[in-house]
Ligand binder design. Structure first.
Ligand code: NAD
Length: 492
């Protein structure tokens, strides 16, 4: 059995406790590797290493251009090892090899983009209203960053956090999900090869309460960047507030995918499938509420079920597979529980609704792509994030009602609008309360475009130029260019 150690101060080591935990392959349902079970002592060591690396030695002495060059070199190494990293993620997470190859070939762009941004962090010279002063601003790195990631897209979300944090000049302690830690431990090996000094990036694996809590509470951590559930995000926000730490939170969603009667229905059907069955629905931006205008409702559902029922399920390492397993046994049980809840609340099951028993699914944690129609937006299946291949279909009569239903949610992460009417596209994109609105497409992301939530979907933005400011703080510097110091008892 393979074992994967913690990575602290440039070296791999066992956890202080000497304990390990199992990590499973969701396709076989079996343990495939063990990971070091970190705790508070390991967090202490990692944060001290990150703090040393931030304050002394090579890292703070690098020019911004040199930092950028390191990031770009790292991007090249990720591209070189893309296939190896993709294979690990498939085994540990159950993501499709087809999706992971695409992701791993794209992830280097985060390091090229933010590497390029590193030496474009500029302050300003302020043309003051006061004589005899020269005033300018500096954008300085916040310090040690705690980066906490969920199980559904470990490497992609790690890139979203680490690339801007390092470009800003911060150092990082990464805590991946206990369900999918292995890819981060493999990924971190590339940092040394790229030439990053020890301590700049550290990885402490373990459970939320054992590693996440002491990391969030550590006084030397100055910024927390978290992706995960709203419940954990809320706890982290409260804890961080006690020490006035900067926080960015990328949380859950219950995103509406809205189809008007003038839309290209073939495209919209494709977008509805991509919204909920891609990645087995285990994405924060899943279009889990499909809003259909009355007069296309029945025809649309016919086309949708026809396409969804062709989805090939099976081994995620097979490039032809389209729907893989649920990543964890706990999540599998949770998704099945929501199928029962939807039935009890009166939703009408029109497709799936059970574990997949097809031979290609072996002993994996598979659930059939599932569609409920006749859903009212007040049902739990329409309000709570399921994080699985379960689609709720809701009818609407006009634009007003579509907006009202779309916004009747605690969440506000993403939304899709399908229409041929350009005016409506603009109106809808301004009226929907969500951090991202896609028109006539769904599930598109880029390192260049800001991503984040409205309402309970979180705070702060990843990707794009805005993201780097999440890791910087502004200092104002005043230089007296005059001769006299003035009256000491009045404001200058
Ligand atoms: P989770 O909140 O259970 O865990 C996320 C991470 O937080 C894990 O690493 C976990 O160990 C850690 N953690 C748990 N308790 C902690 C604590 N007390 N202190 C600090 N860290 C702690 O979420 P999950 O089940 O791994 O991920 C699924 C969730 O993530 C879904 O709700 C999904 O919508 C959300 N998500 C959001 C985005 C986004 O960008 N908005 C992207 C992907 C996933």
């Amino acid at each position: 059995m393979q074992r994967h150690q913690l990575f602290i101060d440039g070296k791999f080591s066992d956890a202080a406790s000497g304990a390990w935990f199992d990590t499973y392959n969701p396709f076989t349902g079996k343990v495939w590797s063990q990971v070091a079970a970190g705790g508070a002592a390991d967090v202490e060591r990692a944060v001290q290493a990150a703090h040393r690396a931030f304050t002394t030695g090579v890292w703070p002495a690098l020019t911004a251009s040199q930092r950028g060059a390191l990031l770009r070199r790292l991007g090249d190494l990720i591209a070189r090892d893309a296939d190896k990293l993709a294979q690990i993620e498939v085994r540990d997470n159950g993501k499709l090899i087809a999706e992971m190859r695409g992701q791993l070939n794209y992830i280097p762009q985060w390091f090229y983009y933010f590497g390029g941004l590193a030496d474009k962090i500029q302050g300003a010279v302020i043309p003051l209203d006061k004589k005899d002063y020269f005033n300018f601003t500096r954008h300085e790195p916040l310090g040690v960053v705690a980066a906490i990631t969920p199980w559904n897209s470990p490497l992609l979300l790690t890139a979203w956090k680490i690339a801007p944090a390092l470009a800003a000049g911060c150092t990082v302690v990464l805590k991946p999900s206990e369900f999918t830690s292995v890819s981060s431990l493999e990924f971190v090996k590339l940092f040394e090869e790229a030439g990053f000094p020890p301590g700049v990036v550290n990885v402490v694996t373990g459970y939320g309460k054992d590693v996440g809590t002491p990391l969030v509470e550590h006084p030397l951590v100055r910024k927390i960047t978290f992706t995960g559930s709203d419940a954990t995000g809320r706890m982290i926000n409260q804890s961080a507030a006690k020490q006035f730490k900067r926080v960015s939170l990328e949380l859950g969603g219950k995103s509406p995918n809205i189809v008007f009667n003038d839309a290209n229905l073939e495209d919209a059907v494709n977008g509805a499938v991509s919204g909920i069955f891609a990645a087995t629905g285990q994405t924060c931006i899943a279009g889990s509420r499909l809003l259909l205008q009355d007069d296309i409702h029945d025809a649309f559902l016919e086309k949708l079920t026809a396409l969804a029922s062709t989805a090939r399920m099976g081994d995620p390492l097979d490039a032809g597979t389209q729907v893989g397993p649920i990543t964890t046994r706990q999540q599998y049980d949770k998704v099945l529980g929501y199928i029962d809840i939807a039935k009890q609340d009166g939703a009408k099951l029109i497709m799936g609704g059970a574990p997949a028993t097809r031979a290609e699914c072996g002993n994996g944690w598979f659930i059939e792509p599932t569609i409920f129609s006749g859903v009212s937006n007040r049902m739990r299946i329409a309000q709570e994030e399921v994080f699985g291949p379960i689609l709720s279909v809701i009818r609407f009569k006009d634009e007003e009602e579509a907006v009202a239903i779309a916004n009747d949610s605690a969440y506000g992460l993403g939304a899709g609008v399908w229409t041929a009417d350009i005016g409506r596209a603009f109106r809808m994109s301004s009226r929907i309360q969500a951090g991202t609105v896609w028109v006539n497409t769904y599930r598109a992301v880029s390192y260049m475009s800001p991503f984040g939530g409205y309402k309970d979907s979180g705070t702060g933005r990843e990707n794009g130029m805005d993201a780097i400011h999440e890791y910087l703080q502004v200092k104002s510097v005043w230089i007296n260019t005059g001769a006299a110091t003035g009256n000491p008892f009045t404001m200058r």
